[in-house]
Design a protein around this ligand. Structure first.
Ligand code: TXA
Ligand code: MG
Length: 309
C-alpha cells in the first residue's frame, strides 16, 4: 500500500488476469506503467474501483444503464466505457474523452482498493504484446527485479480479460470479448449487441495490434486438421477438449477435458506460457466453440496467431 501511495507499481491479482497497478490519479505513477511494460502511450488503461459509488466525479454519466450493469455484473469481468471528467489524467485515457472502469472480483484487490484513497490504473501485467499473466509467477518471470512487489492471489479463476462495453453512445457496443459472455449482457439488456472487437477499425486502440504472443509462432487449427506442412516433432499442441492420437501426449495440453469453455478460458494463458517454455518451432492451437467465454478464447488465439514471435 505504501508503494502505491508513493507512486510506485505493484502487481495485483484479479479474477481475469494479473494487473500492473499504479495510483490512477497520479500521471507520473501511470507513466511508470507504460515504461515498465514498454507500452505505447496511445494505448489507454482501465481504472479499477472497489464499488460504483467511488466512481463519482471521475465520469460524466450516472446513467441507469451503468448502474444496472455494474449492479448485475460487478464485481466481475465487465469494463464499461464512459465519458471522463478532468479528474482522470489524460495519460490514463491516452487523451481520449472516454475512460474505462471496472470493479475486479478478487478479495485481496477489493480490500486493497477499499483502503486506498484513489482508484488503481492497471493494464494486464505483461510486457506489451505478450501473453497475459494468470499466476503470480507469470508476472515475476516477465519483470523480475524491476517490479518490487507482486501480491500473490493465486491462479486467476476467469483467466481471460474483462469484456469491454462502450455505453457512451446511443447503443452499447462490445469493444473486447472477455470474461462476461456477450450472451449474458444481451439477456440483461434485452437486445442483440454489436461486437466490434474483431473489426479492422476498432475503437479500443490496443485492439489494432497483434497481442498475446507467447514468444513463438502460434498457428490455429480447426478440429483435428493441421494446416500447411503439419505437426513436426518438438512442436506443441493446445487442444480444447480431446488429445490427438497421432501426436505424443507430452506435446499436448488439453484446456478442458469436459469441454467447458469457462474451464478452458481459465487455463488458456497458462497453456500458452507453459507451451512456450521449451521454445518450440510452432504452437498449434485448436479453436474453442464460439459461444460464451469461447468467443474470448478464440479472440485471444486469433491475436496470438497474428503476433510476430
Ligand atoms: O481484465 C482486465 O480488463 C485486465 C485486468 C487487469 O483488469 N486489464 C486489462 O487491461 O486487460 P489492458 O490494458 O491489458 O487491456 C485494456 C484494453 C486495451 O486494449 C485498451 O486499449 C482498452 O482496454 N481501453 C482502455 N481504456 C480505453 C479507453 N478509454 N478507450 C478505448 N479503449 C480503452
Ligand atoms: Mg493486456
Amino acid at each position: 500500500m505504501e508503494l502505491l501511495r508513493s507512486g510506485q507499481l505493484v502487481g495485483i491479482p484479479t479474477e481475469t488476469v494479473y494487473g500492473l497497478a499504479a495510483n490512477g490519479c497520479d500521471p507520473k505513477a501511470v507513466a511508470g506503467i507504460f515504461d515498465l511494460k514498454d507500452r505505447p502511450r496511445f494505448d489507454p488503461v482501465i481504472l479499477h474501483f472497489s464499488e460504483p459509488e467511488r466512481m463519482e466525479g471521475f465520469v460524466k454519466m450516472d446513467t441507469e444503464m451503468a448502474h444496472s450493469l455494474f449492479k448485475t455484473f460487478s464485481p466481475g469481468a465487465l469494463t464499461l466505457l464512459l465519458p471522463k471528467t478532468d479528474k482522470v489524467p489524460d495519460i490514463v485515457t491516452a487523451g481520449l474523452p472516454k475512460v474505462a472502469l471496472r470493479i475486479p472480483d478478487h478479495p485481496m484487490t477489493l480490500e486493497l482498493l477499499r483502503n486506498l484513497p484513489f482508484p488503481l490504473a492497471a493494464p494486464s501485467a505483461n510486457l506489451f504484446g505478450r501473453t497475459s499473466p494468470t499466476r503470480p509467477e507469470h508476472v515475476t518471470d516477465q519483470f523480475g527485479e524491476d517490479l518490487k512487489l507482486v501480491l500473490d492471489g493465486g491462479a486467476c479463476t476467469v483467466g481471460v480479460e474483462s469484456t469491454i462495453l462502450d455505453i457512451s453512445g446511443p447503443r452499447p457496443v462490445i469493444l473486447r470479448q472477455g470474461g462476461i459472455p456477450q450472451e449474458d449482457l444481451e439477456a440483461h439488456l434485452g437486445y442483440a449487441l454489436e461486437s466490434r472487437s474483431s473489426s479492422s477499425q476498432p475503437e479500443a486502440p490496443g485492439m489494432t495490434h497483434s497481442h498475446y504472443s507467447p514468444g513463438c509462432p502460434v498457428v490455429l487449427m480447426e478440429g483435428r486438421a493441421f494446416p500447411g506442412e503439419g505437426y513436426r516433432s518438438g512442436d506443441r499442441v493446445i487442444r480444447f477438449k480431446t488429445l490427438l492420437e497421432d501426436v505424443p501426449k507430452e506435446a499436448q495440453i488439453v484446456l478442458s477435458t469436459g469441454g467447458d469453455v469457462r474451464e478452458a478460458a481459465s487455463q488458456l494463458f497458462k497453456a500458452l506460457h507453459d507451451a512456450s517454455h521449451t521454445d518450440p518451432r510452432v504452437i498449434w492451437a485448436e479453436r474453442a466453440p464460439n459461444k460464451g467465454v469461447g468467443r474470448a478464447i478464440n479472440d485471444r488465439l486469433r491475436r496470438a496467431a497474428r503476433a510476430q514471435a
